[in-house]
Design a protein around this ligand. Structure first.
Ligand code: FAD
Length: 283
């Protein structure tokens, strides 16, 4: 490895100016869980951002959640803010991610930027409609995560620092499901579903499936199928079947496309059933 220098950035300005000064040969270091697996042979400078003022979890005025980029996954899992948000949905998601030692190091920003297609966090954040903020040399920018992932985001973060993730307030309930070979292993499939109910009918639905083995995507056809209908067992089972037809699936070394298509109906139905049970009153 070509690493020659290690910097502790005191704030975002310093992190950004160091990153730009390295002209592509520097890397931001948060938890280091991903970077330790190989930062790239041309990285000369590591810029540690864990003391750059990007910690903290808070509720915003609309009862959404704002999470700093360097908050660790275990900090999220054990925080009161996450427990109070959507009945502890995020607490549940974090419990499914890796193992305790890794969660104590890995950060939310690192998970967003590393964006592994098999990861659980992008699936949950896309279902929630997360918005991310980042600073580049000109300004602060914001975008829904779903949209950011359609852009060349790896190139963006070679010259920018992700600063926070915002999660909107939702009136309904969400549930997360994951299939892996054992607890702590990465997903063979995962999904996050949310439902809001008004006058006994689905007012809104959010369905995201990931590790297909492609990065999580919302299944808008399934969402449309649900809206306006009563969330009966038949409807949720039909939504599961439609999810298998709509999701883009493929083979990788962990599972075949055929297996994934066979499992998606049960996974999505199960998440929708749990969300439907947890919805209290009208959204
Ligand atoms: C063994 C293992 C098991 C895992 N299991 C799971 C799992 O079950 N589910 C799951 O969802 N994920 C899993 N992961 C992925 C894990 O969540 C991510 O690797 C982790 O969150 C990365 O965070 P980090 O802080 O360690 O990032 P780092 O390694 O510090 O950085 C990762 C990348 O992001 C960049 N970066 C970091 N922070 C910022 C920022 N603020 N702004 C711009 N760029 C930034 C870095 O420069 C680097 O390119 C696993 C990873 C490993 C290694």
């Amino acid at each position: 490895m070509a690493i020659r220098r290690y910097h502790y950035a005191r704030d975002v300005d310093e992190a950004l100016s160091l990153l730009l000064a390295y002209e592509g040969r520097g890397a931001l270091l948060a938890g280091g869980v991903d970077l330790a697996r190989g930062p790239g042979t041309d990285v000369e400078g590591l810029i540690d951002i864990t003391a750059a003022g990007l910690g903290g979890i808070s509720r915003d005025a609309k009862k959404g959640l704002v999470i700093g980029a360097t908050v660790t996954l275990e900090e999220i899992r054990t925080s009161r803010e996450a427990r109070d948000y959507l009945g502890g949905f995020l607490t549940e998601v974090m419990r499914h991610v890796a193992t305790l030692p890794l969660r104590c190091m890995a950060t939310l920003g690192g998970a967003v930027v590393s964006a592994h297609p098999w990861a659980d966090i992008p699936t949950a954040l896309i279902a929630l409609g997360a918005e991310v903020a980042w600073r580049n040399e000109e300004r602060e920018e914001r975008a829904p995560l779903e949209e950011l992932y359609r852009r060349p985001f790896r190139a963006i973060f070679r010259r920018a620092v992700l600063t926070e993730v915002r999660l909107p307030a939702w009136g309904g309930a969400f549930a997360f499901e994951k299939v892996s070979r054992n607890a702590g292993d990465i997903a063979l499939l995962n999904c996050a579903c949310g439902l809001g109910v008004k006058d006994g009918k689905v007012a809104w639905a959010r369905v995201a499936v990931g590790a297909t083995p492609y990065r999580a995507a919302r299944l808008t056809g399934v969402e449309e199928l649900l809206v306006g209908e009563s969330p009966s067992a038949e409807l949720l089972a039909e939504a599961g079947r439609k999810a298998a037809a709509e999701a883009k699936v493929g083979d990788d070394l962990r599972a075949s496309a055929e297996w994934r298509r066979a499992v998606i109906p049960a996974l999505v139905r199960r998440a929708l059933e749990r969300a439907a049970r947890e919805v209290k009153g009208d959204a």
